[in-house]
Design a protein. Structure first.
Length: 289
């Protein structure tokens, strides 16, 4: 049950959601999963606000200098502010279905004719399991700890690099051209999710960057086997045929891939070193795989 209050920051749920407005009004702006990947600067997974956008949707760019801190912190949003796929104000008796993995920003008591949006608002949420969520869970289970527990820490950058490149290559998504896999991770994992926290990307120890720790043939085969196990599940998401058409399956697959990149780093180096580990992976050269 939702009650009065300013609303809920833009986020996505892994379950399908039906919102029924009972009293007052509620403005909801919906964005497809791909916009979450490319524009909304989602919090890292180990943050208490995981799955939420870091962007302040109430920030008025017209009242501030275009070079101020907010705009510089969230360039993927403010350089080309994305328009919602749906912008609707629910009245009592209205209902809205929001598919799993779709982002939505909620403002309670919304009135377009006045600035004050704190009027009373009561709504009911009904969540149901989604096939996308179950597929994502299968991916995480199959891909967890692909290298086992005994890992040479000096090989972590090469392992992450091989996992990331191999997965993105096998996904064969048009937006990620061959040779640009690490650019995607740099931009939409490190810069979009971690850089706004002023985590210094590129400050890893220079000595470790200069030393190459090539993977063995057995390790490369292990990585390939891991990716091969999960590619059919990713393709189910991409095809968009799990719950009807127009579900932005590619966007969902990329969101799940970004979660997986973070999971691999957490398993290898812990929650506090995800950004550093991937930063070093970007500069690593683990050999041909």
């Amino acid at each position: 049950m939702g009650t009065s209050g300013s609303g809920t920051q833009c986020h996505y749920d892994v379950a399908n959601n039906i919102i029924v407005q009972l009293y007052g009004t509620k403005r909801i702006r919906c964005y497809p999963p791909s916009m979450g990947v490319y524009n909304l600067h989602v919090f890292p997974d180990n943050h208490p606000k995981a799955r939420k956008s870091q962007v302040d949707f109430d920030y008025d760019t017209q009242k501030h200098n275009k070079n101020d801190d907010m705009i510089n912190r969230f360039p993927h949003y403010y350089q080309h502010i994305p328009q919602p796929a749906l912008d609707v104000t629910l009245q009592p008796g209205d209902a809205l279905q929001i598919p799993a993995f779709w982002f939505h920003h909620v403002e309670n008591g919304y009135r377009s004719d006045i600035y004050d949006r704190e009027e009373s608002s009561v709504s009911l949420n009904s969540f149901s399991l989604s096939k996308q969520m179950m597929i994502a869970q299968q991916i995480f289970q199959k891909a967890s700890n692909p290298m086992g527990r005994s890992i040479n820490k000096d090989q972590v950058p090469a392992i992450l690099r091989a996992l990331g490149i191999t997965l993105l290559q096998k996904l064969d998504i048009d937006e990620i051209t061959t040779g640009k896999e690490m650019d995607f991770i740099q931009t939409y994992l490190l810069e979009a999710r971690y850089a706004p926290f002023n985590i210094m990307i590129g400050d890893s120890d220079t000595t470790s960057k200069q030393v190459q720790h090539a993977l063995t043939n057995e390790q490369i085969q292990t990585i390939n086997t891991c990716i091969e196990k999960i590619i059919p599940d990713f393709h189910l998401l991409i095809q968009g045929d799990v719950e009807g058409d127009d579900q932005d399956g590619t966007g969902i697959a990329l969101l799940v891939a970004l979660h997986l990149f973070e999971l691999w780093a957490v398993e290898l180096v812990g929650t506090n070193s995800v950004a550093k580990a991937w930063d070093e992976a970007l500069l690593s050269d683990g050999g041909t795989f």
